[in-house]
Design a protein around this ligand. Structure first.
Ligand code: IPM
Ligand code: MG
Length: 385
């Protein structure tokens, strides 16, 4: 077979798998109604690097806030091991089968960062566990809030989480040593559901502006379709102002103090959402302060927006890791499963501990508080509210 034929065969497989995915999206039911469940099972998955330390801390705070619900049998925790890089490599899978089965036996998951291999690492270059989990559980919306109240920053990013450059990031084709080709995917169903979620959120929360961010002037097919389909959904929400931006100028506008306070809700394809949310988190104190919700119709997963920071572990500093990103993710989890009062209490306590009272400070080094000390501080603060 010629190298062109081999590449065409790989492309055909990609097209087939995406058409099948569209059929699965069409057949999907509506969002789970947590109020109707007798019991909500929360899976806790530590991950790699600083993941286990900060996830354990978030679990402690969560168990503390939900102790009555646990006692009443309404909430159950399930600790899931085995999502470590060592185990993933041993199984040769982004998510080992038994771990995936356990994840699927939970309603929501609190997940620590996982190490993502790349070429040249000591690990084989397997697919990212994050990306695989988002795809396997169809967690199509990556919702990332960033707030700096004193500067008028109140942003919520709706990053499409199962398509774009990510969905086939491990399925590219090396036609030969000279030519590598990757694929970027946009579907009408995929765009429609993320846009609808973003607009519904804006409407419910009184946010008056939604900004669609693409590079549709250059990436004409996939970004072009994304923009077109988001604008189609926008028509159903005439009370909300919609604007559209290119990712390059939007990246600049986020640092424009005069303009950035106008923005409220953003909708973006996967890769742009990945990049811009790290930039945005920097305004509120860095990626260590930002949590995210990965939402699907059947499952939901809550995590930090940052990586596993192996350097901190190698330098013996993991016990000084900042748990705030996971605690912010915990706020989103509580709110998602309908424990809004607990979510509000934790959010308020975090604001006090991180920005107002600041009795303890996490620096990532031995001159700062340990992860556990900060967790205790947050719990004590919730009792005063
Ligand atoms: C994120 C992370 C992940 C991503 C990595 C760890 C695969 O950067 O959640 O933003 O790129 O999505
Ligand atoms: Mg990222």
């Amino acid at each position: 077979m010629s190298k062109v034929d081999i590449a065409v065969e790989q492309f055909a497989k990609v097209v087939k798998s995406q058409l099948e995915r569209i059929e699965r999206m069409k057949a999907q039911k509506d969002f789970v109604d947590y109020q109707k469940l007798d019991k909500i099972i929360i899976g806790v998955c530590g991950g790699d690097g600083i993941g286990p330390v900060i996830t354990h801390e978030a679990q402690r705070v969560l168990e503390y806030l939900l102790k009555d619900a646990v006692a009443a049998g309404k909430i159950e925790f399930k600790v899931i091991d085995g999502l470590t890089i060592e185990n993933r490599v041993a199984c040769g899978k982004a998510i080992p089968d038994d771990v995936l089965a356990e994840l699927k036996s939970c309603h929501v998951i609190l997940k620590g960062p996982t190490t993502t291999p790349r070429a040249g690492d000591p690990w084989p270059n397997i697919e990212s566990a994050n990306v695989a989990m988002r795809k396997e559980l169809d967690l199509f919306a990556n919702v990332r809030p960033v707030k700096v109240p004193e500067e008028g920053i109140d942003w919520t990013f709706f990053r499409e989480n199962t398509e774009g450059a990510y969905t086939l990031g491990s399925c590219g084709v090396n036609v030969d040593e000279d030519l590598g080709i990757d694929f970027t995917v946009t579907t009408k169903q995929g765009t429609d559901r993320i846009a609808r979620l973003a607009y519904d959120y804006a409407k419910k929360n009184g946010k008056n502006r939604v900004s669609i961010v693409t590079k549709a002037n250059v990436i004409k097919t996939t970004d072009g379709n994304f923009l077109r389909d988001c604008k189609e959904v926008a028509k159903e929400y005439p009370e909300i102002t919609t604007d559209d931006w290119y990712i390059d100028i939007m990246t600049a506008k986020l640092i424009d103090k005069k303009r950035r306070t106008d923005f409220r809700v953003f909708i973006l394809p996967n890769l742009y959402g990945d990049i811009i949310t790290d930039e945005a988190a920097e305004f509120q104190g860095g990626v260590g302060t930002a949590g995210s919700a990965n939402l699907g119709k059947q499952y939901a997963m809550f995590e930090a927006i940052h990586g596993s920071a192996p350097r901190m572990v190698n330098e013996g500093r993991d016990k000084y890791a900042d748990p705030c990103s996971m605690l912010r993710a915990t706020v989103l989890l509580l709110s998602h499963i309908g424990y809004q009062a607990e979510a509000d209490r934790l959010e308020r306590a975090l604001d006090i501990c991180m920005y107002e009272e600041k009795k303890l400070k996490v620096t990532g080094h031995s001159d700062g508080a340990t992860t556990e000390e900060f967790g205790n501080y947050v719990m004590e603060t919730t009792t005063k509210l």
